[in-house]
Design a protein around this ligand. Structure first.
Ligand SMILES: C[S@@+](CC[C@H](N)C(=O)[O-])C[C@H]1O[C@@H](n2cnc3c(N)ncnc32)[C@H](O)[C@@H]1O
Length: 340
């Protein structure tokens, strides 16, 4: 019976994703946060921005996310719902990257390709290409809304994680660095974090033209913007951050990107590539679920992969770098310095 229960749990895993997205779309955490104290189901229903509410369905949604997912508390004495540690990070103004990540990541265009996973195991195009007929990057280039949400999601993760990394590690990480080119820098979130802490570092963002032109952020003069292709050339700089870029690609493409970056940095001035990526550890003693899920996501949608420390070291050495230093920071972001 235990086996049936486990397989059934896996089979219904999508219900958790969809209930989570529904809670975010309805803004339930925002309503409770604004109200500052627990609310009854009726009070919550009245506060929803919906023309009508089916109270039976709403109660069953809340029962699922309270009892199964732990997203809210339910006080049986007065039947009021409250925020938990988990739903606190679903409040939109909490600056957490969770809301943009959920709104961007749980979408029909990203879920559809999973139906092609079995076929993709035979090799050839990614599951995403099998399903949509184009690559993930071409899809983003031709779907403005998806492109905007993707870049907003990436920017939110960057502001939270990379911002903290720059504050905690910037003094040694950017020591002696006068200029950086953030390759695949999206809407410039990482570059802005660098400039905020180190105003003397000249920051350039290189990304595809539809990303730079589609960014709603103010193209202020504190950062220079370059439309280009990292497979063709990278502007010159003392250091090249590559944040969440290489996990989008297979080893052959990564070699090309790392070689273009190597050409861009000067070997005399302590030039280096600063890779910010997850370093996965295959160890049954630890919880590997986030690492392995992200690896599957990269495989299905972009043909990329998450890498172990040995794989990072091999890739960097094969691309012609002299030395590689890995500094763990967070489970989803280590600092991998590649020196020429
Ligand atoms: C996963 S996102 C990471 C964005 C940003 N570095 C961050 O961490 O917030 C990958 C980025 O690579 C960019 N990219 C993909 N192909 C590229 C290419 N050929 N040349 C330059 N940038 C590219 C994408 O547009 C996207 O902004």
């Amino acid at each position: 019976m235990a086996a049936h229960m486990l397989i059934s749990k896996y089979g219904h895993g999508y219900i958790e994703s969809m209930a989570l997205k529904c809670v975010v779309e309805l803004g339930i955490a925002d309503i409770l946060h604004k109200h500052t104290k627990p609310m009854t189901l009726q009070e919550l229903a009245t506060a929803l921005s919906l023309p009508t509410v089916d109270m039976n369905r709403f109660q069953r949604l809340m029962r699922y996310v309270v009892h199964h997912m732990g997203l809210f508390t339910l006080d049986n004495k007065d039947s009021t719902y409250g925020l938990t540690h988990y739903s606190n990070c679903l409040v939109r103004d909490s600056k957490s990257f969770m809301v943009p990540m959920i709104l961007h990541g749980i979408n029909d265009w990203l879920i559809g390709p999973w139906y092609s996973l079995s076929t993709s195991i035979q090799g050839g195009p990614t599951a995403f290409e099998m399903y949509h007929g184009i690559t993930g990057w071409d899809y983003l280039a031709t779907h403005a809304d998806a492109n905007r949400m993707f870049n907003e999601g990436q920017g939110a993760i960057t502001r939270e994680i990379f911002g903290e990394m720059v504050r905690q590690c910037g003094a040694w990480l950017f020591k002696g660095i006068g200029s950086v080119v953030d390759v695949g820098g999206g809407n410039g979130a990482a570059a802005r974090e660098i400039v905020k802490e180190f105003p003397n570092i000249k920051c350039t963002v290189l990304d595809l033209s539809h990303v730079i032109r589609g960014s709603s952020l103010d193209k202020s003069s504190e950062v220079e913007w370059v439309e280009g292709d990292m497979f063709l050339s990278v502007p010159h700089a003392d250091a090249v951050p590559l944040k969440y870029i290489l996990h989008d690609w297979g080893d052959d493409e990564c070699m090309k990107i790392l070689q273009r970056c190597k050409e861009a940095i000067s070997s005399e001035g302590g030039g280096k590539v600063i890779i910010v990526e997850m370093v996965i550890e295959i160890n049954p003693e630890i919880d590997m679920s986030m690492m392995l899920s992200r690896d599957m996501f990269m495989m299905v949608n972009f043909g990329g992969k998450e890498r172990t420390s040995e794989e990072w070291e091999r890739l960097i050495r094969n691309a012609g770098y002299r030395k590689c230093k890995i500094t763990p920071f967070l489970a989803m972001a280590s600092i991998i310095e590649a020196y020429t």
